[in-house]
Design a protein around this ligand. Structure first.
Ligand SMILES: Nc1ncnc2c1ncn2[C@@H]1O[C@H](COP(=O)(O)OP(=O)(O)OP(=O)(O)O)[C@@H](O)[C@H]1O
Ligand SMILES: [Mg+2]
Length: 372
């Protein structure tokens, strides 16, 4: 029987809101429609300020941003429904990831903070809304991340090939999917920076959001020695399970490692692309040496230079998730539709071997869509 869910995702790259309308029909998972709503420059700036490790923000500004994002998520749902010509009453539930402003799973009092009030989403759309997915896993001693591997397993698992899914958003994460005959459990973790450092560097030097198709990075020369030194960072050498955020992989982090002014900015850009590529590829080689096929999703796939570096550093096949039926820009939002469905059906959404949680948990809180 067909069941419709909506997934809302706005990742650490702060590009905007992805909204996916997904049809679950027995074992099939199909995208019905998709909507992307970019964030305005003003919103990006506020979220960027809030996400800094040493951010000073008033509780009023915090509360206002939470409310504003709630309205923006609700608007994204409305425009998705209008585009698909579907009534709100046909939707089982929304899964809203929220906007991560801080991810600190390893602090003494661990937390992961997402904003975008789900009360507003439920009220404005009249659709049941599942949100706050990460904190139950953290309460069960997990990292609260990554949460997409269970969905990757549901849509890309069961192949006769040893696969690895690499999602290159702000942060990059992998899901290792052994071939169907294998008894090895699925693992996954954040490998380190995805686009975040590349984006932040070009924003500083060229005042644009990202390096379109990696054109600027292609003009530079990789400083291999510098990247080798960066790869010694404790995050890369720490064993999985592990997760990270842009509070850690920031321009401050780069500046602590070397005097960036000594190099041409375009050389740093190429080197940061190499850092993303090599940290991802090394993680695959170490944790999934049998991989035959790497499926890439997330915005990083559009950076030709980055993709070329990934292909050069792996000996297996590297292709887009589109090859197996899902556009790389749609995977993450679809995952939150799937996670909402898990919660509504009282099923767990985390994989304990991925997040490090002590047990599988039903993720998120449920906000009823119908007012009495
Ligand atoms: N044409 C392009 N050329 C180069 N880079 C691109 C292009 N299109 C998108 N990107 C990169 O992809 C990023 C957005 O990717 P995505 O939406 O997957 O990240 P995200 O929202 O942070 O998601 P996640 O939750 O996985 O961190 C942009 O910030 C940019 O770096
Ligand atoms: Mg995005």
């Amino acid at each position: 029987m067909s069941e419709l869910y909506i997934g809302l995702m706005s990742g650490t790259s702060l590009d905007g809101i992805d909204a996916a309308l997904v049809d679950f029909d027995n074992d099939s998972i199909r995208l019905v429609d998709f909507e992307f709503q970019p964030f305005s420059h003003e919103i990006k700036t506020v979220i960027q300020q809030l996400s800094k490790a040493d951010a000073l923000i008033s509780l009023q500004d915090y509360g206002r941003l939470d409310t504003l994002l709630g309205y923006l998520f609700a608007e994204a749902v409305h425009s998705l429904l209008a585009k698909a010509n579907i009534q709100a009453a046909s939707i089982n539930a929304i899964g809203s990831h929220g906007q991560t402003v801080y991810h600190a799973p390893d602090s003494i009092l661990p937390f992961s903070l997402q904003m975008g009030d789900p009360n507003i989403i439920a009220e404005k759309t009249a659709i049941k809304t599942v949100a706050d997915f990460r904190r139950r896993d953290i309460a069960a001693k997990g990292q609260g991340a990554p949460l997409v591997p269970a969905f990757h397993q549901a849509v890309f698992g069961g192949s006769n090939k040893h696969r690895c899914i690499a999602n290159i958003g702000g942060i990059a994460n992998i899901t290792v999917l052994p071939a169907s005959s294998s008894l090895v459990p699925v693992i996954g973790f954040d490998t380190g920076p995805g686009n975040t450092l590349i984006d932040q560097w070009i924003q500083r030097h060229k005042h644009c959001d990202y390096d379109l198709n990696g054109v600027w990075a292609k003009t530079g020369t990789i400083n291999y020695e510098w990247v080798t030194a960066l790869m010694k960072d404790a995050y890369f050498t720490a064993p999985a399970p592990k997760s990270t955020g842009k509070e850690y992989f920031s321009l401050d982090w780069i500046e602590r490692q070397c005097a960036v002014d000594r190099y041409r900015p375009e050389d740093i850009q190429s080197s940061l692309c190499y850092l993303t590529a090599v940290s991802l590829c090394e993680a695959i080689k170490q944790y999934a040496p049998a991989t035959e096929q790497v499926l890439i999703c997330g915005g990083g796939i559009h950076n030709d230079y980055l993709l070329q570096l990934i292909k050069q550093n792996l000996s297996c096949q590297v292709v887009s998730t589109e090859e197996v039926g899902i556009h790389p820009d749609h995977v993450e939002a679809m995952a939150f539709a799937w996670l909402a469905r898990q919660t509504i059906n009282h099923l767990p959404g985390n994989l304990k071997q991925v997040t490090g949680a002590s047990h599988a948990v039903i993720l998120g809180g449920i906000y009823q869509g119908i007012s009495i």
